[in-house]
Design a protein around this ligand. Structure first.
Ligand code: ATP
Ligand code: MG
Length: 397
């Protein structure tokens, strides 16, 4: 690969938290760099770092939208803007400014703005103030409704005159967070509901790479239910640099639970079995934690006592990033990340085989452990694990 940046578009990327990481900064930045390049591939890209920012060059064959969607789904990116590099020639600078303001955030032609210039090359024939006022005029010619505001404008056009002239606009927000893969690996229990895709997104935001595990109860739950889970995984996968969806058929297990435990314990026993199976799968895939979409008090199986029981069935920690969130807050994130509309599609959940009329709400851990052991279900769970299916879900946006 050459370092020639002709025929490449340039994007400036702002890094937040990770540029403050002291001795570990390189580790975080390298991960972010690889994550971005992998998602842009097969288009050619070049990434360099300077003064706490990334300069991303992408081959012009890659549509702007692809780069934008890529950056919006890559944790560690705090903000980004399209930039143009040109020669230190005034006509070229003006034309570059004209091209840039056709895009976001200027393209609506409204609000306040300023032009800010930094002139590293003091030999350039115009000073910063002259450049700012001339280019301010260019913006006003194009968008007569806009107003100049020097303090806290809504939009900015920035110009740096150094080895070349660099022009860019104020940044579009990225998702923030830490690059995925910097916090190790976990296994998310992904259902077709609203909560678990949000839990996935929140943990990915803190750098946790996740595989997904879905318990399917075919034929009690339809192929459509499985398709829905695959669709959800596809929506959130780019945030996680792709994922693997493991599907376990849980029908026999649920029927066994129904025949070997008391009705009011069915749900708890099912959750215990989920934990046992998830632990086996996590171990085999080197996942250090489980992640669920549980929130305190949301339903009977999510009371403090029920969660204590669920925890007691897992050897590895169970992370519950939504534990303190209201349903409304969870829904608002689900809308933002684009999973809500899919999550509310009306296909059955896996616990349709039984939903006890009066589930235990405040189980006693030792008593329920005893009930679990009395079911003698381990062999069946091993069978579930050995028959699990796996689907690879792409990181492409
Ligand atoms: P969600 O909206 O995520 O389905 P929920 O409010 O419906 O959550 P439960 O059905 O009690 O609550 O599930 C709690 C958590 O258990 C889910 O967030 C998910 O992590 C896990 N879970 C539930 N059902 C399944 C399933 N069929 N496959 C995998 N994980 C599941
Ligand atoms: Mg559910």
């Amino acid at each position: 690969m050459t370092n020639n940046t002709d025929n490449m578009n340039l994007y400036l990327i702002r890094l937040g938290e990770i540029s403050l990481k002291g001795q570990n900064r390189n580790f975080f930045e390298k991960k972010l760099k690889n994550n971005i390049k992998l998602k842009i591939h097969p288009h050619r890209s070049l990434l360099t770092r300077e003064k706490g920012r990334f300069y991303l060059y992408v081959d012009k064959s890659c549509p702007d939208e692809t780069v934008i969607r890529t950056l919006q789904t890559t944790f560690g990116v705090v903000g980004f803007s399209k930039a143009i590099v040109c020669n230190k020639d005034w006509d070229e600078i003006v034309n570059s400014a004209k091209a840039l303001i056709e895009n976001e955030p200027f393209s609506d032609g409204k609000g306040t703005f300023k032009v800010e210039c930094r002139r590293g090359d003091k030999s350039f024939f115009m000073n910063s103030y002259q450049i700012e006022s001339e280019l301010g005029g260019v913006v006003l010619d194009r968008y007569p409704e806009m107003k100049v505001k020097v303090k806290n404008p809504e939009k900015e056009l920035r110009v740096e005159v150094r080895d070349k002239a660099y022009l860019y606009t104020s940044p579009v927000p990225g998702p923030g967070g830490l690059p995925v893969g910097t916090a190790g690996k976990g296994l998310l229990l992904l259902s077709g509901g609203i909560d678990s895709p949000v839990a996935f997104w929140r943990m990915a935001k803190r750098g946790l790479k996740q595989d997904c595990l879905y318990f399917h109860a075919y034929p009690y739950t339809s192929d459509m239910a499985l398709q829905k889970v695959k669709d959800l995984a596809r929506i959130v996968a780019p945030y996680n640099q792709g994922t693997n969806l493991i599907v376990v058929n849980f029908t026999e297990t649920e029927l066994w639970i129904k025949d070997h435990s008391k009705e009011e314990e069915h749900t708890l026993m099912m959750r215990a079995c989920m934990m046992k199976v998830a632990n086996k799968i996590a171990k085999a895939r080197d996942c250090k934690v489980l992640v669920t979409g549980e929130a305190l008090g949301q339903v009977a199986s999510q009371t403090l006592e029920s969660m204590c029981f669920t925890n007691s069935m897992s050897e590895i920690p169970v992370l519950r990033p939504l534990v303190a969130m209201d349903k409304e807050e969870i829904i608002s994130t689900a809308r933002q990340i684009g999973t809500f509309e899919t999550s509310i599609l009306p296909y059955d959940d896996c616990c349709v085989i039984f939903s006890p009329k009066h589930p235990l709400v405040r189980p006693e851990v030792e008593q329920e452990k005893k009930s679990y052991n009395e079911m003698n279900i381990e062999e069946l769970l091993d069978k579930c694990v050995s028959e699990a299916e796996e689907f690879e879900i792409s990181y492409h946006v």
